[in-house]
Design a binder for this molecule. Sequence first.
Ligand code: BGN
Length: 435
Amino acid sequence: MLLRKLVLLKRSIFRLLFIIIILLIAVIISIYPPFSVQRVTLDYTSPFSRRDSPQVTSLPFPIPKNYLLIPYKEFVLRTSIACRMFKFEYPQKNPLALHPKYSKYLNGTFRFVIPSKKISYDDIEQFYTDLSSPKYENQEFVPTHTSFASDLTFKNVPYVYKNGMWQPIEVRSFQRTAILVPLQGRDYNAKVFLLNLHAFFRRQLLTYKIFIIEQIYPQNKFNKGRLYNTAFNYIRNRSSLNITCYVLHDVDLIPDDDSNYYTCETKNPKHTTSRIRQLIKAQYVKYYEFLIGGVLILTYDHYKALNGFSNLYWGWGGEDDDLALRVVQQRMCIIRPPAEAAIYSALPHQRGQRNSQRFDLLTWSTIRMHTDGLSNIENLTNIEEIKVLTTVTHLKVNVDVINDAGRSKRTSSAPLERTKTTTLETLFLLKKKDT
Ligand code: BGN
């Protein structure tokens, strides 16, 4: 009897202790919540400053209760954004919709051309108009010289410019591709890009259109995210183009290998910039696994699901990592082509001004993703001029209409260069070492 009472007493003591411990934990959690709720700046009107820490106002939306604060630096250093298991959609050899893999014009690792500094947009236009002339349909077109280069070795792939797109004559392409290239102050890079990339896209038999999205206002603080969102919006509203694949491309990167196919995979965005070499150095450098900057190839649905880029990054750095965090938040992952194909050469240019706020912005990246991006771009930017050549559609964009409201008359930057060069300039063909 006594023994039974003792056992019961012991049980109730344990129960009491258990309840006390639970109560204690509840009290501790209410005093020190596991997810700190901080207030951070979301300053849409004066976005760029050299302040070290952002001016604290408040978020225009509530922070979700159990928002996971990602320690950005540790996270990216330790994490790969690559899909663990994936299969490229195996391209069928379909003559009605040709995948670049089956192009007969592929050339392996390709030596690209560095033209004279005097090359103009018109030169490039003229060059590709000549190259596409029916006159050369059945023969090699290798001009002995042009005003900007000699010894050009681009193959004549039969192409026609039709309904706003460049398309191969011999086959129908697998996808219809828009190439989006943000720009500010790297005009020569843009021309080298155009001269070489047209030839690259043609060797892959793509149906394509290149958009240079140039920021003309403000002059000093680059906002790549806004440029991409603006161009994406512009293109999706032009349904007659029927674009099925978007290539987001840095202007200073030239793909080195023809088997880096510029195709969208329907399931996952594709990051094709695994290794880069600077022109002055021969060695390719591998960047961190979390990087999705450089060249990213995705569908309308992918871009939409991510709500595009954040509009808040002014200056160099971070906007691509922000997009990568959006990818993680959406439980998406990135695929990459084989390492030997995903290689690029980087053209030299001046270093962009670093964005000192990028770390703060990255801290709160994912809670903003549905309110900051493609969804609100229309209130922030304005396309002030559209210049259409066949080799490029040049959009000139004011990316900060809010701060620019006071300007009575819009002063756009200099129009596309129209100067024809007459001097025969030397062409440099880079002797690439195999790495
Ligand atoms: C990273 C930049 C990227 C850039 C790559 C490659 C940041 C965020 C803070 C760590 N990220 O360091 O934007 O594309 O380098 O140059 O600066």
